[in-house]
Write a protein that binds this ligand. Structure first.
Ligand code: HDE
Length: 721
């Protein structure tokens, strides 16, 4: 019989466009018949096959068994860390060519628009935990470049807890819920975490960040991102320089209060996820500028810290951040599981022109990420999932394995070969083949930590000293909260010893709240950074007097405050509201890109003074002040009376005041303000605006929302944190 060679045509032509590529995998079931996975049309998807209407179910029911088997296998292991996250698609556009420093094409050509996928996450909590935990946030960005995928797997803090990757499982075991009772979820305020930290002085700097307002972002869209490690850029001539990567949010860096965060966790645990989704959905696309700090190779030893030590940052005052391009997130995923859950980031996904350094944390990460995906995504073919596939076709001799998607044709899957014309072939460096930077490496085989990694406190102190007074106060309160939750007194005391090595005043303030004394002289932190045979006396941390005393870039008080875009304003109104008073503020807020919602005592429509019907968006029962950035009480005698009489509305205002938010009220609504606990001299409170000229009031209110919060209120009005 003559063999007939059939060619099966792909339904979608191969493409380099990530968007088209993903869409080709997107199933739209609109108007389509239901089938089994092998294509059999399904007649009844609601009843199992039985022997008689009231009889037993039959094993031959392939429709039921296929449906249930698939369901039973729907879950995959969640990420060991960063389990809770949210993703979005976008594009990266370069401002200026970086050709001088790197041959990475997407950093050379300002005409290229590189597709990206970003995933933000918390670290400690499980997949279903709250967004508002006090925690580091993951900030992982994948660039789908024409030279392959480049993943910048960073965090919203520029340093890390530990210096060597081998300590990572210990750190994570310590912060995760305690193993005997699996308590507490998504929280570091417990004994095992602080036990580990108090024995790990290298974590001092990171602890300052995690106890600061940076750990409580208002939104993923209002966080900085950092590559953390020092990386290398390599240009076409093979000349390298060191680089630190930054993401600068165009909306500025903003945070919420701790009391507010705890409240949000109950009222809307999806707060950050929803915020990201809604912003993109409404066309208010989140934007960041990519920043780089470039450090010439010859400056490797110029600083009073080691560039390879991930517990150190390079102060922006020493090496300015150059903004080289913009990331815009402009599309929500179609399917959370297929995209956000299955995306597999790895800082080993690298392209020519970018290279690693010997940072021992970075080196260790290069092993862990692929290893974890093998289990999480069930085998070595996870790179072929739509979200992980590069935009360029991939050919190599890898074959088979669980869930192989490619149908690799031909006889040869080895190199060199003649039977397949020696294809696929290797790529010459001149044609873009990846060549590692030829750094000279020499040394004895040792388990050791460089002496240059032994200063743990100078940058912790730099961070603390660079904070504004309210930020310092929040940091102290955070430590009092966290250590107050620790049950073992010896751990609290050991931590006070560590804090006193950062700043004696800081340690003293925390000690008062813990009812303890700072150990005098401070108990030297037990140094667990060396092996069992090391004499602890010879390897104590060193105290370095950092060259910089203050770094203004570290305080979020110095962030941009020029926009109210996407800020949510609640308008507390009821029947009889003065529509002119609503309109002035609503229009001013919306004209500046903010969002308003009418919040009332019931759902439906309210009638204004003129009989206009105004739709209610939410009630004081179904929403809460912690879900808004600002609140306004318009005029209209009846409306004002109803709001004043509603305990939830008054509570709404009290909470907004407590969390230092801008509050505005029409002069007619003064009686509502008088019903609050802050009524006394409210007009003199910064960020509380009361007036009878609706337009002037609206302008002042918008200006106040730009400032985000009036943290000074906490001290002036004795507000609990
Ligand atoms: Fe990760 N980290 N990490 N990490 N990391 C993971 O990989 C690991 C570290 C970061 O949205 C895991 O896919 C080790 C620093 C982000 O999918 C795992 C060490 C930074 C994400 C892993 C670190 C990060 C992860 C878990 C110490 C900031 C989420 C699931 C050497 C620069 C990515 C996974 C996403 C995820 C290992 C330290 C960022 C287990 C061993 C430092 C943003 O492989």
């Amino acid at each position: 019989m003559a063999s007939s060679k059939k060619t099966i045509k792909p339904t979608v032509e191969p493409t380099n466009d990530k968007r088209v590529q993903l869409e080709s995998f997107t199933d739209d079931a609109q108007g389509k018949p239901m089938r089994t996975n092998t294509g059999t049309p399904i007649n009844d998807d609601q009843n199992t096959l039985k022997a008689g209407e009231r009889g037993p179910s039959l094993l031959e029911d392939f429709i039921y068994r296929e449906k249930m088997t698939h369901f039973d296998h729907e879950r995959i292991p969640e990420r060991v860390v960063h389990a809770r996250g949210s993703g979005a698609h976008g594009v990266f556009k370069l401002y200026n060519s970086m050709e001088q420093y790197t041959k990475a094409q997407f950093l050379n050509d300002t005409e290229i628009e590189t597709p990206v996928f970003v995933r933000f996450s918390t670290v400690a909590g499980s997949k279903g935990s709250t967004d508002l935990a006090r925690d580091v946030r993951g900030f992982a960005v994948r660039f789908y470049t024409q030279q392959g995928n480049f993943d910048l797997v960073g965090n919203n803090m520029p340093v890390f807890f530990i210096q060597d990757a081998i300590k990572f499982p210990d750190l994570v075991h310590a912060v995760k819920p305690e193993p005997d009772n699996e308590i507490p979820q998504a929280a570091s305020a417990h004994d095992t975490f602080w036990d580990f930290i108090s024995l790990t002085p290298e974590s001092a700097h990171m602890i300052m960040w995690v106890m600061s307002d940076r750990a409580l972002p208002r939104s993923y869209r209002m966080m900085e991102g950092f590559g953390v490690h020092t990386f290398r850029l390599v240009n076409a001539e093979g000349v390298a320089c060191f680089v630190k990567f930054h993401w600068k949010p165009l909306l500025g860096v903003h945070s919420v209060a701790w009391d507010e965060a705890q409240n949000i966790s109950g009222k809307d645990p999806d707060f950050h996820r929803r915020d990201l989704w809604d912003a993109i959905d409404s066309g208010a696309f989140p934007e960041w500028e990519l920043g780089v700090q470039i450090i010439p190779e010859e400056d490797e030893f110029k600083y009073d810290f080691d560039l390879l030590d991930a517990t150190k940052l390079v102060p922006e005052e020493l090496v300015p951040v150059q903004r080289i391009g913009k990331l815009t997130l402009n599309r929500n995923p179609d399917n959370f599981f297929a995209e956000t859950e299955q995306v597999a980031f790895h800082l080993g996904h690298i392209v020519p022109g970018i290279d690693f350094t010997n940072d021992p944390l970075l080196q260790g990460r290069l092993f862990s990420y692929t290893d974890t995906q093998l289990l999480r995504l069930g085998g070595p073919n996870f790179q072929q999932l739509p979200i992980n596939k590069p935009v360029i076709p991939v050919y190599n001799n890898q074959r088979d394995g669980f869930s192989r998607q490619n149908i690799d044709s031909g006889k040869t899957s080895y190199s060199p070969n003649t039977l397949g014309n020696d294809s696929p072939h290797q790529v010459k460096a001149a044609d873009g083949g990846y060549v590692s930077y030829t750094e000279k490496v020499e040394g004895r085989k040792v388990r050791a930590r460089s002496e240059s990694f032994r200063d743990h406190f100078s940058q912790a102190r730099l961070f603390f000293n660079s904070q504004s007074d309210p930020e310092k106060e929040h940091l102290v309160q955070a430590l009092c909260f966290e250590l107050g939750k620790v049950k073992t007194i010896a751990i609290r005391e050991r931590m006070l010893g560590i804090l006193s090595l950062i700043d004696k005043g800081l340690a003293g303030q925390v000690a008062v709240k813990l009812g303890l004394h700072v150990p005098q002289p401070p108990e030297q932190p037990v140094n667990h950074i060396f092996g069992a045979d090391t004499d602890p006396e010879t390897v104590q941390p060193v105290q370095v007097e950092g060259s910089l005393k203050i770094s203004p870039a570290l305080s979020i008080v110095n962030t941009v405050m020029d926009s109210i875009q996407t800020r949510k304003v609640a308008i507390l109104a009821a029947d009889g509201v003065d529509e002119a008073s609503v309109k002035a503020v609503k229009e001013a807020v919306e004209a500046n890109g903010g969002v308003t919602e009418i919040v009332s005592t019931r759902l439906g429509f309210i009638s204004s003074l003129n009989g206009e019907q105004i739709q209610v968006d939410d009630t004081t029962l179904t929403t809460a002040s912690v879900l808004f950035d600002a609140v306004y009480v318009p005029g209209g005698t009846n409306s004002v009376a109803e709001i004043e009489a509603d305990a939830n509305s008054v509570h709404f205002l009290n909470e907004a005041f407590k969390h230092c938010k801008p509050i505005a009220a029409d002069a007619v609504a003064m009686q509502v303000i008088e019903a609050t606990y802050f009524s006394k001299k409210a007009e003199n409170d910064e960020g509380v605006i009361i007036g009878d000229d609706a337009n002037a009031l609206a302008d002042q209110f918008v200006a106040a929302i730009k400032l985000h919060r009036f943290w000074e209120r906490e001290k002036a009005r004795l507000i609990p944190a």
